[in-house]
Design a protein around this ligand. Structure first.
Ligand SMILES: *Cc1c(COP(=O)(O)O)cnc(C)c1O
Length: 482
């Protein structure tokens, strides 16, 4: 395996790239960060980037491009129809996934919109290993039900299970027996389960799940947005794959599915998305929705420059050295946090490190959004912007009842190829300080709660005066340090 061993036995990830373009960052004094957080309604989505030091909100659309991607953008063929840029992207997708048809869309959720409009029948069910916010919203929006069939380790915060994203095949068989195959619009598998820690699915589970579907004539759909990390984990954690190349693993997964869709904001280090389809009939069934919602069939709402970057980015995703930096940095962060007894999701997944707010802040009730409170406190203490992935990210049901999330997580995403190890060390240090001062942190309540996707733009307030107390404690420990 192409990793480097250090002479003194240190375990450190080593980047197989160098930085050639930089962006200056601001680290504001804590008083200004506290002010900025108040202005943002204690919602990290509403912070201005200029006030953020390390942006660990998401891995979406913020992964670093390579020199090769930038170069490819110059040859973009800006034609409305028949663009050579489209031909190159299409050919690359055929090469890596082996599916003949492709529908472009402007990002992952746009692909989900088209799939939901075109394939999901009202009153049916869409089983999946685990939901993602936008995938669920599109499916329920057309009157179908999402059923999550994650295996038990998936919801255990600490585990040493290598594939916590696996779907429970027996539970799927039971559901099909109970409701009938006709009641299933399709089965969706999300590579690298976003909301429960970027946890991977094994090649074996991909095969078993889709085999069962095929037996019952049920359509299989892969959400490949987080596929790059999943490929890395299969390669290093699943015995049979150790000798397979990344393109071989990719094709082995792709061969299981009828449809593969993705957000190219994650897969391919660009900004865009699309749907790969195996059968012509299905392609024709969905095709009409693209010009209606996205754009003509050869760009689907994407810029041709981004399409060129995605084509090269997909090729780079087939290179182990290009996809291992993310998960290895995350593993380093998770291991360092564990050494300091800080509760995090284990094993380390893709996407980012996930701090368990339920155990970090056991004194904050779920109704007071411990993960939201911790994300707020972390920004104030460090300028690091994470994302709440807990009850705040859930939606009230038809009766206005707020469902409690399975987990309360603060996700600290590590955009691919973006941060240096010393920046990661800084984040670890400030989380450590926060953990030692966790008793200071209290809950949040809504002052403005939107009905749909409330986590994006809802406004909140701390319950009590804890944000100011946190600032005072920081000053007393760090003096006039930033
Ligand atoms: C981000 C993401 C999406 C949605 O993609 P966008 O490009 O942000 O619309 C869908 N599924 C998964 C698993 C994702 O991580």
């Amino acid at each position: 395996m192409s990793t480097v061993t250090f002479f003194r036995g240190q375990q450190l990830p080593l980047e197989m790239h160098k930085v050639r373009i930089i962006q200056k960052l601001n680290l504001r004094p804590i008083e200004q960060r506290r002010e900025a957080m108040a202005e943002a309604g204690y919602n990290t989505f509403l912070l201005r980037n200029a006030d953020v030091f390390l942006d660990m909100l998401t891995d979406s659309g913020v992964n670093a491009m390579s020199d090769q991607q930038q170069a490819a953008m110059l040859i973009a063929d800006d034609a409305y129809a028949g663009s050579a840029t489209y031909t190159r992207l299409h050919a690359k997708l055929v090469e890596i996934f082996g599916m003949e048809y492709f529908l472009p869309a402007h990002q992952g959720r746009a692909a989900e919109h088209i799939l939901a409009q075109g394939l999901v029948r009202p009153g049916t069910v869409v089983p999946m290993n685990y939901h993602f916010t936008t995938s669920k919203a599109h499916i329920t929006n057309v009157g179908a039900e999402v059923v999550e069939l994650i295996t038990k380790p998936g919801l255990e915060v600490t585990s040493d299970h290598p594939f916590k994203g696996n779907l429970d095949v027996a539970a799927l068989a039971e559901l099909i027996a109970e409701r009938g195959a006709d009641a299933v619009s399709y089965v969706r598998i999300e590579a690298g389960t976003n909301l429960i820690g970027g946890q991977p699915i094994s090649l074996q589970n991909y095969r078993e799940t889709t085999e069962l579907c095929r037996k019952h004539g049920i359509l299989t759909v892969l959400d490949a947005s987080l596929l790059a990390d999943n490929l890395y984990f299969i390669k290093i954690r699943e015995g049979e794959a150790a000798d397979m190349s990344i393109p071989e693993i990719t094709r082995a997964i792709a061969d299981c599915f009828d449809v593969i869709y993705f957000s190219a904001r994650k897969l391919g280090f660009g900004r865009g998305g699309g749907i790969c389809i195996r059968e012509e009939a299905l392609y024709k069934q969905l095709r009409g929705l693209v010009p209606m919602f996205e754009g003509f069939l050869t760009y689907g709402g994407m810029s041709v420059r981004e399409m060129e970057a995605i084509t090269v980015g997909l090729d780079e995703t087939m290179d182990f050295d290009m996809i291992r930096q993310g998960p290895q940095f995350i593993a380093h962060m998770v291991n360092e946090l564990l050494k300091r007894d800080i509760p995090v999701i284990t094993p380390a997944g893709g996407l980012g490190a996930h701090v368990d707010a339920m155990r970090f802040l056991p004194h904050v009730r779920q109704q007071e959004y411990p993960a939201g409170a911790l994300a707020t406190a972390l920004y104030i203490a460090s300028g690091v912007r994470g994302m709440e992935r807990g009850t705040l990210s859930e939606q009230r049901d038809a009766d206005g009842v707020e469902p409690m999330a399975d987990m309360e997580l603060v996700r600290l995403a590590l955009p691919r190829r973006v941060f240096t190890l010393s920046q990661v060390e800084y984040a670890i240090d400030r989380i450590d300080w926060l953990y030692q001062n966790r008793d200071l942190i209290g809950g949040l309540h809504f002052v403005e709660e939107p009905e749909i996707l409330r986590f994006f733009y809802g406004r909140l307030e701390p319950i009590g005066d804890w944000a100011n107390k946190l600032v005072a404690a920081f000053r007393s420990d760090f003096g006039d340090s930033l």
